[in-house]
Design a protein around this ligand. Sequence first.
Ligand code: GLP
Length: 236
Amino acid sequence: MNIITVKNYDMMSDLAALLIAARVLEKPNSILGFATGSTPNGTYQNLIKMYNNGLVDFSQVKTFNLDEYCGLPQEHEQSYNYYMNENLFKHINIKAENIKIPNGMADDFDTESMEYETAIKNAGGVDLQLLGVGLNGHIGFNEPDNIFHNITREVELTQSTIDANSRFFQDKSEVPKTAISMGIGTIMSAKEIVLLAGEDKNEVVQKLQDNVVSPEFPVSILHYHPKCTIITVNKN
Ligand code: GLP
């Protein structure tokens, strides 16, 4: 695990976008895993700038998003589908058929999850997975638990995640209680991982450096990933 500490959010976003763009330049048909939340916003803005400047081309790129809330239609402003479209996809030349996000409105979440896993495998696996991290150490929506859950599935959100994410909703009662999330195994099978942890996640990064791997702190599994970069912000 390579931890890179930078001075501010913009530097973190610059570095992350550079890493992603470099992979796409090396392999134009890269499979990218994308994340939502406020942390990767700056990274997506930089990718859009690079695209507008003709530096990177997404026409052959395929993407798989980490997760989606259950019960929010795609056009709901807080759905991750909406987020990705507004913050990245509609501004670049990615093909609609190359974008995959779990369907939070599926009739059967087990089937949806199985099909998502299969789609990732059929595409050849994720080349680079971008991650954020929850205040409780969750990655995707893999919440602290007594086991690591391997595959994509419907998950129950913990109260702390519902509380943290309620800032985006008008009322806490509107925050979905469940989501579909890639599993820990799905995330770990990416060939490369880049995790962004802004200043608000300094305690999470500190705990990660204790080197204790436990499903109670899901992000700790990344210690076992062969090519994982953590970009963290610390002004001091
Ligand atoms: C959500 C997402 C995660 C994300 C986390 C942190 O719960 N499911 O993928 O990493 O929020 O979000 P933020 O970057 O807004 O702190």
